[in-house]
Write a protein that binds this ligand. Structure first.
Ligand SMILES: NC(=O)c1ccc[n+]([C@@H]2O[C@H](COP(=O)([O-])OP(=O)(O)OC[C@H]3O[C@@H](n4cnc5c(N)ncnc54)[C@H](O)[C@@H]3O)[C@@H](O)[C@H]2O)c1
Ligand SMILES: [Zn+2]
Length: 390
């Protein structure tokens, strides 16, 4: 049975194209779009079956609606539900997901649907890249971080016991459906952490967007659409446009795509120092990392102190941590040790032959990739920061 798109379903979506030639796809953004998922899939791949990969928390909130949308479009689907959390980006869970996809008789021409945050997107995307040497997949991101970042651009993968995201593949989805209403059930702390990535897009390449966020961030958080206020949808669309154009120019991160790592060299070291635990969410590490990158840029004379202070002020206003001292248990173990943090930064994937690469700021709204950064000034800078009062 074919279920034509109902009037309004497409009209309410903002569509951002990702121009990657034969791997091009659309990102559809809007409140309530999950209801149109089945019709959108049917339009792209008539006759395809689906396996929905999700986590138990997202399943509780949104799996029934996703399945109903597929059923309404006459699409058969199986479900693969994994435990929530970063721990699912493991060899063991990856194996289970692949086996369940195969057992559900998902074949070439069928689809994987990744319904969840960045963990599910990365895990399901990597399973899609691997089963039968590559199945098509659709991203249905359910966290703010996933809607503005991880669901777009085709980086998929799992963690090795030796480090995050070390096993993976580039595999682009054929469609991204970002239903902004799904974020209403997201815990506030997760939303805030994702917001750090939203602010990142303003800082790295769009001064006007950063200024807009300074005025409108509360509307992004509330998601209210009264009086034509579409702040959340607007912000997500701006981020997706920015990411789509960077990815279209540098799909495999040989250059410009590295700008998206603003705040991430410091941030990843902090995440590692806190054991990738609930003490510090990824976006919280990025928030502190961006503040440090701005302050380090100021120390090098690339931006003024006032610019660094402006960035920090906005992140604080949005409820994000910006200082090393904001991390729970900061004074303990390796965290308060500049050499330990330097060692963690040296393990980052982006390190080339022992030299650090940093994304630094030339202005609010203009980031640059700086390779071959000498470790000594970074260590001194961190020592200064660590010496500050809590
Ligand atoms: N592929 C990329 O380009 C890329 C980019 C950035 C981050 N990542 C990866 O993304 C992951 C982090 O993603 P994340 O922050 O979305 O984490 P996540 O997927 O673990 O989601 C965070 C938590 O929110 C819950 N959740 C998700 N959606 C919900 C909803 N709508 N309502 C209620 N609860 C919900 C999840 O169950 C989980 O407990 C990391 O593994 C990171 O490496 C990938
Ligand atoms: Zn990030």
């Amino acid at each position: 049975m074919s279920a034509p798109l109902r009037q309004g379903e497409l009209a309410e979506a903002t569509v951002v194209p990702v121009a990657l030639g034969e791997r091009a796809y659309d990102i559809a953004i809007g409140r309530g779009l999950l209801a149109s998922l089945g019709a959108r899939i049917k339009a792209l791949r008539p006759g395809a079956k689906c396996a929905i990969v999700t986590d138990a928390t997202v399943a509780r909130h949104h799996l029934a609606a996703a399945e109903a949308s597929l059923t309404a479009a006459g699409i058969a689907s199986a479900r693969v539900v994994v435990p929530p959390g970063e721990g699912s980006k493991s060899y063991a869970t990856f194996q289970q997901v692949c086996e369940q996809i195969i057992a559900a008789r998902i074949e070439r021409g069928d689809l994987i649907v990744a319904l969840g945050g960045g963990v599910i997107g990365d895990l399901a995307g990597f399973a899609a890249a691997s089963v039968r040497r590559g199945l098509d997949y659709v991203q249905v991101p359910t966290t703010l971080l996933a809607q503005v970042d991880s669901s777009v651009g085709g980086k998929t993968g799992i963690d090795s016991p030796l480090g995050k995201n070390l096993i993976g593949a580039f595999h682009q989805p054929i469609l991204v459906v970002a239903d902004t209403a799904l974020l209403d059930t997201l815990p506030k702390r997760d939303f805030r952490a994702g917001y750090a990535e939203v602010a990142k897009y303003g800082l790295l390449g769009d001064a006007a967007f950063f200024a807009w966020l300074e005025k409108n961030w509360q509307g992004v958080f509330s998601g209210e659409q009264s009086a034509g206020n579409l702040a959340r949808e607007h912000a997500i669309a701006v981020c997706c446009r920015a990411k789509a154009s960077i990815v279209a120019r540098d799909e495999r991160e040989t250059g410009e795509r590295a700008l998206l790592n603003l705040g991430h060299t410091f941030g990843h070291a902090l995440e590692a120092a806190t054991g990738f635990s609930d003490r510090l969410f990824h976006g919280e590490g990025v928030s502190i990392g961006m503040t440090l990158a701005a302050q380090f840029s100021a120390k090098l004379g690339m931006i003024g102190d006032a610019d660094a202070a402006r960035l920090e002020r906005h992140l604080i206003e949005a409820g994000l941590p910006t200082r090393l001292q904001d991390i729970a248990g900061f004074a303990q173990e390796g965290l308060a040790d500049a050499d330990a943090l330097m060692a963690l930064m040296a393990q980052d994937k982006k390190v080339e032959r022992g030299r650090l690469t940093f994304i630094l700021l030339e202005a609010v709204g203009r980031a640059v990739v700086v390779k071959n950064v000498e470790p000594a000034p970074v260590r001194d800078f961190l020592k200064d920061k660590l010496a500050q009062k809590a």
